[in-house]
Ligand binder design. Structure first.
Ligand code: KG4
Ligand code: ZN
Length: 340
C-alpha cells in the first residue's frame, strides 16, 4: 500500500436506512444512520415511502458523516455507494447522489454490492475484533437476506446456500405479527425468548435440500398452531408469550445451525462469520459460540453497529476496491437484483 492516507465516503440506501460513513484507511471515522420510523405503522417497509424518506435524509446524513469525521468533502479520495441488491426506488437515491458528488468533486466513484459489504464488514479495523482468514464461510441473515457464502478472497465469493422464500428476519417479523408484537419483532422475540422455555412447543423444521433455506412454511405452521390453541384458550398468546417466542427462536436457530454444520462439513472450512440484522440475536450468538467447542469452529461476529444495514460496510468495500483501482463509470446504474 503506497498511499496511507485515504478517505472514502460510503453511502447506503438499499432499504429503509439512509446511511453515510467516512473511513480513513481501514478505520471508521463516522457512521451515521437515519432510521425511517414511518414504516413501523405499516408493519413492514413501504418502498415508495422509503424512497421519499431517503431523498429527505441523504443530504443531512452525508453532511453529518463528514462533520463527525471532521473532514471537508474536498479531502475525499472516492465515493462508494450501494448499487444493489435492494429496493429500486431506494437504491436510485443513493446511486444518483453518489454519482453527482463524485462527478462534482472529480474523484473516483465505486459501486458496492450490499451483500458483499455485509461480509466484508469483518475487515473494518476495530479493536478486539479479529478478521476471518480466507477461505471462510459467511452467513448473512437479515430481514432481506439469508445466504451462506464461501469467501475465497475479498472479491471472490460463491453463494452456496440461500433462502428459497422468506428471509430469516421475515420469519421473526412475521411470527411476531401473528403474536401481536410490533415491527420489527426480532428484538422483542429475542428478549422474551430469554424468559421462556425453548422446548415448550415444537415446530417442525422445513425439509429443504442441500444448503438452501425455507422459512415460509414455519410462519404458516406458527399461524395454524396459534389459531388452534386460541380456539381452546382465548388467552393462549398472553399466557404463553415467552414460551412461544423461545420455541420459535429455538426452531429458527436450529435451522440456521444445521445448515452451517452441513456447509462446514462439505467445504472443510471451520472459520465461520455472520452478518446482517439477525446476527444481533443472542440465541444465534450463543449457538455459534457453542459451535466452537462442539465442532471446532472459529467464529466471527462483527460489532453490532456493523451488522445491521450501515454505510461503514460500504465504505470498507470502497476502501478495498480503491486499493485495487477498481472504479465505476458514471454510466453505472442501480441494480435491484444484483448478485454476489
Ligand atoms: O440487517 P437489517 O437491519 O436490515 C435488513 O433487513 O437488511 O435486519 C433487520 C432484521 C429484522 O427482520 C429484525 O427483526 C431482525 O433483523 N433483528 C433480529 C434481532 N435484531 C434485529 N432478529 C432476531 N433477534 C434480534 N435480536
Ligand atoms: Zn442488509
Amino acid at each position: 500500500m503506497a498511499e496511507q492516507n485515504i478517505f472514502i465516503l460510503g453511502i447506503e440506501s438499499s432499504c429503509d436506512d439512509t446511511a453515510a460513513s467516512v473511513i480513513h484507511n481501514g478505520k471508521i471515522l463516522s457512521n451515521v444512520i437515519a432510521n425511517q420510523k414511518i414504516h413501523e405503522e405499516y408493519g413492514g417497509v413501504v418502498p415508495e415511502l422509503a424512497s421519499r424518506a431517503h431523498q429527505q435524509n441523504i443530504v443531512p446524513v452525508v453532511a453529518q458523516a463528514l462533520a463527525k469525521a471532521n473532514i471537508t468533502k474536498d479531502k475525499l479520495h472516492a465515493v462508494a455507494f450501494t448499487r444493489g441488491p435492494g429496493l429500486m426506488g431506494s437504491l436510485l437515491v443513493g446511486t444518483s447522489f453518489a454519482k453527482s458528488l463524485a462527478y462534482g468533486l472529480n474523484i473516483p466513484l465505486i459501486d458496492v454490492n450490499h451483500m458483499q459489504a455485509h461480509i466484508l464488514a469483518h475487515y473494518i479495523e476495530e479493536e478486539g475484533f479479529n478478521k476471518p482468514p480466507f477461505p471462510f464461510l459467511a452467513m448473512t441473515i437479515s430481514g432481506g437476506h439469508t445466504q451462506i457464502v464461501r469467501v475465497n478472497s475479498y472479491f471472490d465469493m460463491t453463494v452456496i446456500g440461500e433462502t428459497i422464500d422468506d428471509a430469516v428476519g421475515e420469519a421473526f417479523d412475521k411470527s411476531g405479527k401473528i403474536l401481536g408484537l410490533g415491527y420489527p419483532a426480532g428484538p422483542e422475540i429475542d428478549k422474551r425468548a430469554k424468559l421462556g422455555n425453548p422446548k415448550a412447543f415444537k415446530f417442525t423444521k422445513p425439509k429443504v435440500d442441500g444448503l438452501n433455506f425455507s422459512f415460509s412454511g414455519l410462519k404458516t405452521a406458527i399461524l395454524y398452531f396459534v389459531q388452534n390453541e386460541t380456539k381452546k384458550n382465548p388467552r393462549f398468546i398472553e399466557d404463553n408469550l415467552n414460551d412461544i417466542c423461545a420455541s420459535i427462536q429455538y426452531t429458527i436457530i436450529g435451522i440456521l445451525i444445521d445448515k452451517l454444520k452441513t456447509a462446514s462439513k462439505q467445504t472443510g472450512i471451520k472459520h465461520i462469520a455472520i452478518g446482517g440484522g439477525v446476527s444481533a440475536n443472542s440465541g444465534i450468538r450463543q449457538a455459534l459460540k457453542d459451535g466452537e467447542q462442539k465442532f471446532g469452529w472459529t467464529t466471527y461476529v462483527p460489532k453490532f453497529e456493523f451488522t445491521t444495514d450501515n454505510a461503514a460496510m460500504i465504505a470498507i468495500v470502497g476502501y478495498l476496491k480503491y486499493l485495487e483501482g477498481d472504479f465505476s463509470k458514471q454510466t453505472v446504474t442501480a441494480s435491484a437484483r444484483l448478485k454476489i
